[in-house]
Design a protein around this ligand. Structure first.
Ligand SMILES: Nc1ncnc2c1ncn2[C@@H]1O[C@H](COP(=O)(O)OP(=O)(O)O)[C@@H](O)[C@H]1O
Ligand SMILES: [Mg+2]
Length: 394
C-alpha cells in the first residue's frame, strides 16, 4: 500500500493516529487541571510504565489540554547528565516573561525575576556553559541558600504567586522523571507539598519508569499522599485492534480480524510495537484488506528494525558484565525473575550482584516489580538479548 498514506507512527513520542485506551487517564488529568485552576487540592499525577507504552505521547496530550484550559506550561525532559536547576531555569524565565505580557500589575513579575536571579546565583546555573543573564538585582534570602529543597520550593511559590496574580495557572510537565537524583526528586516533592499547602495554582505532571513510585517514596515518605501514580500499560486486545483498524479505515483500508489477532499475539498490546507492526504491514500489503500473511511477512522487517532502533541503543550502553547479567535473566524467560535464579544462572552469589543490579536500575534497563524480583523495563527485551548473544554458557 502507498507508504505516503501510511497512517502509523512508530517512534519515541510520535503521536499515534489514534490515542486509544487512555480515556480514564485523560479524564483524571482534566479533573486535576480543573481543580488546581480553581485552587482546590488534588494529587499531582506521575504516569509510570515501561518504555514504549505511550507515556510521552500522553504527557504531550495533557500539555495540550492544559494550554487549552488556559494554563501556562513548561515542558522538560530529565536526563542523566543535566541538573534539575539547569533544565528548569530557562523555562521559568520564559514563563515569567510570558506572564509579564499578560496585563496586570508588574511587581509580582519583578519579584519573580529577582528571586529567579538569586536562585541562578546560588546554583551557578548555566545553560550550554553560558550563565543566564537576567538584568535585575537578585532578591536576597528567598531562593538563594544553596539548599535545593528550600530554594526550589520558594522559587516555585513565587512563580505560582506571579501566575495567580495574573489569574493564570501553571503546569510543569516533566518526562523521564526517574533520571533526577534523590535530592532533586526530594526537592520537587517538597516544592509541590508547599504549593499544595498554600493552595497555589501550580501543578506537576510527570512520567517515568515503574521505579518512580519507589524512588519518590524513598526520598519523601509523604510522596504518596501528594501524587497519584497511574500505571500506563499495554493495550487490551480490543484497544490494540482499534489502534490499527480505525486509522486504516479512515484511509480506506482494513485489517482482517486474523491479522489483528496476529499483531496482538506478537506485540502483547505494547503501543510502540503495535505502531511498528501496523506500519510495516501497511507498506508490505499488496492491497486491502491486510491479511495475517502480510503481518507474518512484516515480522521479518520489524524485528531487525526493533533491534536496531529500539533495543540496540540500550544494549550498546552496557558493560560486558551488565550484558551478562541481562543475558542470564533473559534465558530464564519473559516476565519478572528472582535475583537468586539469575545469580544461579551466572554461577555467582546473590550478594555479589548488588552493584551491577543497581547500575542496571540506574540506567533504566531493569526494575524491581516486587521485593527480590527483577524485570526488564523494555518489553520483549528478553528475546532481543537472546538474539544479540545467542550463545550463553549459563
Ligand atoms: N494509546 C496509544 N495507542 C496507540 N499507539 C500509541 C498509544 N500511545 C502511544 N502509542 C505509540 O507508541 C509509541 C511510543 O510512545 P511514547 O509516548 O514514546 O512511549 P513512552 O514515552 O512510554 O516510551 C509511539 O509510536 C506512539 O505513537
Ligand atoms: Mg517517553
Amino acid at each position: 500500500m502507498d507508504p505516503i498514506k501510511n497512517p502509523f507512527s512508530p517512534g519515541a513520542g510520535s503521536p499515534p493516529p489514534e490515542l486509544v485506551g487512555r480515556d480514564p487517564i485523560l479524564e483524571q488529568a482534566r479533573v486535576l487541571l480543573g481543580r488546581v485552576k480553581q485552587k482546590k487540592p488534588e494529587k499531582s499525577m506521575l504516569l509510570t510504565g515501561l518504555r514504549g507504552v505511550g507515556k510521552t505521547v500522553l504527557l504531550n496530550q495533557i500539555e495540550r489540554m492544559a494550554r487549552s484550559a488556559g494554563y501556562l506550561t513548561i515542558s522538560i525532559e530529565a536526563h542523566e547528565e543535566k541538573s534539575l536547576s539547569a533544565l528548569i531555569v530557562p523555562h521559568l524565565r520564559s514563563l515569567l516573561f510570558e506572564l509579564k505580557r499578560i496585563a496586570g500589575a508588574f511587581d509580582k513579575f519583578k519579584r519573580g525575576l529577582a528571586v529567579l536571579r538569586g536562585f541562578i546565583g546560588a546554583f551557578k546555573v548555566t545553560v550550554n556553559e553560558v550563565s543566564i543573564g537576567l538584568d535585575i538585582e537578585p532578591e536576597e534570602g528567598t531562593a538563594d541558600s544553596g539548599d535545593l529543597e528550600v530554594d526550589l520550593a520558594n522559587l516555585l511559590v513565587v512563580i505560582a504567586e506571579a501566575a495567580q496574580d495574573r489569574k493564570r495557572a501553571v503546569a510543569i510537565l516533566i518526562d523521564e522523571i526517574q533520571y533526577f537524583d534523590k535530592k532533586e526528586l526530594g526537592a520537587l516533592i517538597m516544592a509541590m507539598h508547599k504549593i499544595q499547602q498554600l493552595q497555589l495554582p501550580l501543578v506537576l505532571l510527570g512520567a517515568g519508569l515503574p521505579i518512580l513510585p519507589g524512588l519518590a517514596g524513598e526520598s519523601k515518605s509523604y510522596a504518596e499522599r501528594l501524587f497519584s501514580f497511574p500505571d500506563i500499560g499495554a493495550l487490551s486486545a480490543k484497544d490494540a485492534a482499534k489502534a490499527l483498524q480505525d486509522p486504516a479505515k479512515a484511509a480506506g483500508v482494513s485489517f482482517q480480524p486474523a491479522a489483528l489477532d496476529e499483531v496482538f499475539r506478537l506485540t502483547k498490546g505494547y503501543p510502540y510495537f503495535v505502531q511498528e507492526w501496523g506500519y510495516q504491514a501497511w507498506n508490505l500489503a499488496p492491497s486491502s484488506p491486510i491479511t495475517k500473511q502480510t503481518v507474518e511477512n512484516a515480522t521479518k522487517t520489524v524485528i531487525p528494525r526493533l533491534d536496531q532502533n529500539f533495543f540496540r541503543v540500550r544494549f550498546d550502553r552496557l558493560t560486558p558484565g551488565e550484558k551478562n547479567f541481562l543475558r542470564a535473566m533473559a534465558s530464564l524467560g519473559p516476565g519478572a525473575q528472582r535475583t537468586g535464579d539469575i545469580a544461579e544462572k551466572l554461577g555467582v552469589k546473590v550478594t555479589s550482584l548488588g552493584p551491577i543490579r543497581s547500575k542496571l536500575i540506574k540506567k533504566g534497563m531493569i526494575y524491581s516489580p516486587a521485593h527480590g524480583d527483577m524485570a526488564f523495563t523494555v518489553p520483549l527485551f528478553d528475546e532481543f538479548m537472546i538474539r544479540a548473544i545467542p550463545k550463553f554458557k549459563g
